[in-house]
Design a protein around this ligand. Structure first.
Ligand code: AGP
Length: 615
């Protein structure tokens, strides 16, 4: 999950590469590097850590440059070899004439490396990527044509790659190739681009060509040529990006995460738009391309996802079983792919992913397709790899999410699951009509209730200040909010590096209670009027008896809670079944403010990347 950019054209190449890499920095920030073709010379600059270090380096060394006309750039999330200057991209062949940047993992790099060493290649790094540079250079020595050398080389690669390549002897040509890793071409006038993702090019062009696996793109400033791996030209569709560069701005918020948390009411309105418009009308979910009779008989659903999307999937399971009575299994994609599953042609498999790029989920989806299951993808990126694999596609329309910690895409996934669960219930016909009406009415009210939470965050900020010095947290809940406890704890871990774990409240007494004392705060989610309120209250009493500090997140107005709990965070009244769409918001804010107080890098937490394109 590195980010790559390639450019040939009339603009200042360094600025274009930096602007592209800045907008891809969510993909990794262990090191950064660029290679420039400067009047026939290849010049390489690399620094450790974030892109800002490379920008500073280039500012100091600007006088070394004459007039670069093409370049490739990279930001790294280390896989093979530690984050170090020697392992930073671009990598070169032995003579230094050929440069490569790469996103992905080459699985057969050790064998190739040995062959190339035997041929006299001089390896310097521990990366799999350097193998690609030597391999293409070896082919180039035979063909003297970069395009052909790239095609011949990628045939020998096993694994995943998106690469950009330049050669000193072919100035102003950048060649890109991909397999199992995203890559697109940005179409300009007198300039062209190659990049891992659309934010890298949006400032310059909205015209995009998405490359497919085993395709090779050759760009010059005036020409784009796309071929298959055997050199046959492929005619590709030019698509127009449906969003503006402003989506990549913080709009006055200190961090993207805070901006994205505040966007959630509108995101929910967006998801509901056109699908739930009248509480008396059935949910319009035409995206599910399965005929009604088949859906009526559907008895098994499997949902596969990772991280935050996995938590949305857990809520999805709860509500589909509750509303539609269909049995649902949820599994982490990375587990699904390594076992004998019972998926078959009668199973509906749902893949959930913000990015649509997560390698584990893509592999799981492919396996499900091999078993002839119908695959429904719920994603925020309808232009992604995963979306292309879908038999049915529900785009969640949350807009570009820049912060590495997912927030608005999570609520959008939840709302998509509510729509899907109600849609299935309406087809199955098992739910009471007035219950359904209430549910729909309340769904429409959700954005306003979240606006209420967002309009006064002082209690959450105060709580964050009070608890920011604690090293461990326990989050507890039952039922539909169990996933919220997992997600709240994950948010805190991700951006503040505090050890936080979500538990089923009833499980506390079966082990975790041993950890409780005054150093271990317990945050509980308590929604009255449902099935779990009283039971969780008892669990909180048990924790109190062990001196744990207690935080309640609740829609209850009961003033007795103020004496039992150290802090009570209140949300507007909401039914338990729909509450995960609201309870997640204060927990996102709590994690945000704790990380902020601790001075952490909220949008780009250490060791993480937004798109995990390796298994
Ligand atoms: C969310 O805050 C995390 N960055 C991470 O857990 C993420 O949800 C996970 O990697 C899955 O990504 P996806 O939704 O893009 O597939």
């Amino acid at each position: 999950m590195c980010g790559i950019v390639g450019y040939v054209g009339h603009r200042d190449v360094v600025s274009v590469l930096f602007s592209g890499l800045t907008n891809l920095e969510y993909r990794g920030y262990d090191s950064a590097g660029i290679a420039l073709n400067d009047k026939g010379d290849i010049k390489i600059y690399k620094t450790l850590g974030k892109l800002i270090n490379l920008k500073n380096e280039l500012t100091e060394r600007k006088s070394e440059l004459i007039q670069p006309t093409s370049g490739i750039g990279h930001i790294r999330w280390a896989t093979h070899g530690s984050p170090s200057l020697i392992n930073a991209h671009p990598h070169t062949c032995t003579c230094g004439k050929l440069v490569v940047v790469h996103n992905g993992i080459i699985e057969n790099y050790k064998e190739l490396r040995e062959e190339l060493i035997n041929k006299g290649c001089n390896f310097r790094s521990q990366t799999d990527t350097e193998t690609i540079a030597h391999l293409i250079a070896d082919e180039y020595s035979k063909t003297k044509k970069l395009e052909e050398a790239v095609r011949n080389s990628v045939k020998k690669l096993q694994g995943a790659y998106a690469i950009c390549v330049m050669h000193k002897d072919e100035p102003d040509v950048v060649v890109g190739a991909r397999k199992h890793a995203p890559m697109l071409v940005g179409v300009g006038e007198g300039e062209n681009f190659i990049a891992s993702d659309t934010p890298a090019i949006i400032e310059y062009t909205k015209k995009t060509i998405y490359l497919d696996d085993n395709e090779v793109a050759v760009i010059t400033k005036d020409k784009i040529k796309i071929t298959d791996i055997n050199g046959n030209e492929v005619v590709k569709k030019v698509e127009i990006l449906p969003w503006e560069p402003i989506a990549l701005s913080k709009l006055g918020y200190k961090h993207f995460m805070l901006k994205e948390i505040h966007e959630q009411p509108d995101v929910i309105r967006n998801v509901l738009n056109g699908k739930l418009y009248d509480i008396d009308a059935p949910i319009a979910l035409n995206e599910v391309k399965i005929d009604k009779d088949t859906l009526k008989k559907l008895i098994k659903i499997e949902i596969i996802a990772c991280g935050t999307s996995l938590h949305a999937a857990l809520v999805g399971k709860y509500i589909i079983e509750d509303f539609a009575g269909i049995s649902v299994e949820v599994e982490a994609s990375s587990e699904y792919i390594y076992r004998k599953t019972t998926t078959d042609s009668s199973t509906l498999v749902i893949g959930v992913s913000q990015s649509g790029e997560t390698a584990d989920t893509i592999t799981a989806i492919k396996q499900a397709k091999e078993k002839n299951a119908h695959v429904l993808i719920i994603t925020n990126r309808p232009d992604s790899n995963m979306a292309r694999l879908a038999d049915s596609l529900i785009p969640v329309n949350a807009g570009i999410e820049v912060s590495v910690a997912a927030t608005k895409s999570y609520t959008a996934q939840l709302i998509s699951f509510y729509l899907l669960a109600i849609h299935l219930a309406e087809i199955k016909g098992g739910l009471d009509k007035s219950y359904l009406k209430n549910l729909k009415h309340e769904l429409i009210q959700l954005p306003t209730k979240i606006e209420e939470v967002l309009s006064n965050t002082s209690a959450i900020q105060e709580c964050a200040r009070k608890f920011s010095s604690f090293k461990n947290f326990i989050y507890i809940a039952r039922g539909v909010n169990l996933a919220t406890a997992f997600e709240g704890a994950l948010k805190l871990k991700e951006i503040s590096y505090i050890n936080a774990t979500g538990y089923a409240a009833g499980e506390l007494k079966h082990g975790p209670i041993a950890m409780l004392d005054e150093t271990m705060p317990v945050l509980s989610i308590l929604i009255p009027g449902g099935i779990s309120y009283e039971k969780i209250l008892s669990n909180c009493e048990e924790a109190k008896a062990r001196n744990a500090k207690l935080i309640a997140l609740t829609s209850s107005t009961d003033s007795n809670l103020d004496s039992l709990f150290d802090v009570v965070l209140r949300i507007p009244p909401v039914s338990e079944i729909l509450s995960p769409a609201i309870t997640c918001v204060p927990l996102q804010l709590l994690a945000y403010y704790i990380a902020e107080f601790l001075g952490k890098d909220v949008d780009q937490p250490r060791n993480l990347a937004k798109s995990v394109t390796v298994e």
